[in-house]
Design a protein around this ligand. Structure first.
Ligand code: SF4
Length: 421
């Protein structure tokens, strides 16, 4: 049954990735863009190790290293940055959009990347567009890097020529998932559908009062506000995770385009039937199991809703780094009464609660997974959910499978230990 969850808050030491991580999925989405981190060697290492395994061509990101002299204010970091950018653009003429990505070190020395971007835009004369946003780990978590990148793109979106209704999906999703959503929307009669970010960084969709926005990801509060300021309407609904969340999300678009409910139902019915069948074996594995979600990605609340309502899991605690009550309203309404939603993090206290409550599965950052596994607690990395195609009705079984995999591994390990005992 649905009801009011308990909304709690805590602050203290945190253990999360920084916003630079989002470059890994953003550069795959927009192959004509380049992400230049303005940071230290630590930032370069982070981004290389986060993305290293996924590089299949010349990388579309790099780091302009701030040396100790820059950090101590002894050298002019602006000159150095200009030199790096000019070299890069000479070598890589295919780059159409250059994102200068701020980091903790660039913020600490107060390097004004907005001013650098403005100056470079003047020099480059439209040949390449230079934008900036912050990926720093000071007070932010890794998914907010995408929020920063997308809100930097919003002012460049052309003004829609008419007030004709159009649908805009906002947030990076896999191209195959995007194609499937577009097909569904076309089938129910919504023909003008575009995405932010687009597949080509220069082909930004238009925006105006006829634009209806469906967020695909829950961590885009800043982008949502920027789109609203450009006249778009943000449709308040669930996020398209799981069968139910995706159905409600599609219905919200259909309603705003005055589309007959019966047409939506007949279009979605076969997809839902197929997905319900596909999810069954995972549901059997997950049902009745206890899960604890530590705060990291902001995907935790929609995932918890899916796990509880569609997979029968018992929610011990649902952590989230930030809680945007407005965007999360429809999700919160579907959670069970009194479930603990914990905004923020005090890592020690949270780990104490994990140990005390003995969950079957913990969703957490990579840094916490190994120590918890060593204590015999199964874990799932939250970062996997931003790299995997998990959105939509068709993907619901794959999403459930991601959670059942560690439980399966745990069972196998236990069996092996029993055999060798
Ligand atoms: S931006 Fe900050 S948190 Fe991220 S790698 Fe650089 S120094 Fe570390």
């Amino acid at each position: 049954m649905s009801g009011a969850p308990q909304l709690l808050k805590e602050t203290g030491p945190r253990e999360v990735f920084c916003g630079l991580t989002s470059i890994v999925w953003l550069h795959r989405r927009m192959p004509d863009a380049f992400f230049l981190v303005v940071g230290s060697r630590t930032c370069a290492h982070l981004i290389q190790s986060a993305a290293g395994v996924m590089i299949f061509a010349e990388p579309r990101f790099g780091t302009a290293i701030l040396e100790e002299r820059d950090l101590a204010g002894l050298a002019d970091a602006h000159d150095e940055l200009d030199r790096v950018v000019n070299n890069l653009l000479e070598r890589r003429p295919e780059i159409r959009t250059l994102f200068l990505v701020g980091s903790c070190p660039s913020e600490v020395i107060k390097l004004d990347l907005a001013r650098v971007a403005e100056r470079l835009n003047g020099q480059l004369n439209g040949q390449v567009r230079v934008l900036n946003y912050s990926g720093s780990g000071i007070e932010t978590t890794f998914t907010q890097g995408e929020d920063g990148a997308l809100s930097a793109l919003v002012p460049l979106m052309p003004k829609a020529e008419s007030q004709e209704k159009q649908l805009l999906m906002v947030g990076t999703i896999a191209n195959s998932v995007e194609d499937r959503f577009i097909k569904i929307f076309n089938r129910i009669g919504i023909n003008k559908v575009s995405s932010l970010p687009p597949r080509e960084s220069t082909k930004l969709p238009s925006i105006g009062p006829g634009t209806k926005v469906l967020l695909t990801q829950p961590y885009l509060g800043q982008t949502a506000r920027a789109l609203q300021d450009r006249g778009a309407e943000i449709l308040k609904t669930t996020f398209p995770l799981g069968i139910e969340g995706s159905r409600i999300w599609i219905e919200a678009a259909a309603k705003s385009f005055d589309i007959e409910e019966s047409l939506v139902n007949t279009t979605l019915e076969p997809l839902i039937n197929r997905a319900e069948k596909a999810i069954r074996p995972y549901k059997d594995k997950l049902s009745g199991k206890k899960i604890f979600l530590l705060p990291e990605s902001q995907l935790e609340i929609p995932l918890a809703r899916f796990l509880q309502r569609e997979c029968g899991m018992h929610l011990l605690e649902v952590g989230t780094p930030y809680l945007n009550k407005e965007l999360m309203q429809s999700e919160l309404a579907l959670l069970p009464e009194k479930v603990r939603i914990m905004e923020g993090q005090h890592i020690e206290n949270q780990l104490d609660r994990v140990r005390e409550q003995k969950p079957d599965l913990v969703v957490c950052g990579m840094g916490l997974a190994n120590p918890l596994e060593a204590e015999g607690i199964s874990t799932k990395w939250s970062i996997e959910f931003v790299f995997s195609p998990i959105h939509g009705i068709d993907q619901a079984a794959d999403l459930a499978e991601l959670f059942s995999r560690p439980l399966h591994r745990h069972d196998l390990l236990n069996k092996t230990q029993l055999i060798h005992a």
